[in-house]
Write a protein that binds this ligand. Sequence first.
Ligand code: SAH
Length: 213
Amino acid sequence: MTQSDARARIVLALRQAGVTDSRVLEAIETIPREVFMSAGFENRAWEDAALPIECGQTISQPYVVGVMTAALSLSGREKVLEIGTGSGYQTAILAKLSRRVFTLERYRTLLRLAQSRHEALKLTNIVSKCADGGQGWPDQGPFDRIIFTCATPFRPDALLAQLAPGGILVAPVGAGAVQELLRYRLRDDGVFEEEALMDVRFVPLLPGVARDA
Ligand code: SAH
């Protein structure tokens, strides 16, 4: 199977699994996932699976990236904050579909790798920093959209406070191996609507910046 067949197959599988937003599917088909894989895993880039990356972390599964990105309802005008840059793959998808993406990662090694990939792909609307994403990015807020790509044990109040009116935050919430993917929407009257989307398995949000890498 050629790589373009593999890309088309994954997009078809995502559509059949309920990801129907055509802009999201197009972004998944366009962004070369192989660029974001760690050495030795490039040939598995178009499997619908989460796979290991550097620093003991994982690149998210395309289906889950599809569901989470669709849940953000991006029109192309939004300012987005991502917690957990990891490989930079989800960041690249968001960059295709929004005005600007701010992304935070606690491992400097991962951040540097992601930055060089974004540069090579000429994605110029990404701003990234090595910092504890649990604090958000107060200087740059408020954000129209916020996405956690690591699991937060509790309701992410510090980040909900950085959401603009009408804004949406999507996060895996839970302290166990399986978490609930939640979507919060800040109504104009200041009330948060909360909706559970599905069960997911993410690496945990860890406190502080990593010292070792
Ligand atoms: N979106 C990524 C998924 C990476 S896994 C991708 O597509 O590849 C989640 C990432 O969250 C890991 O890289 C982990 O280091 C990071 N992370 C965990 N706790 C964090 C924190 N407090 N601040 C910033 N990043 C964090």
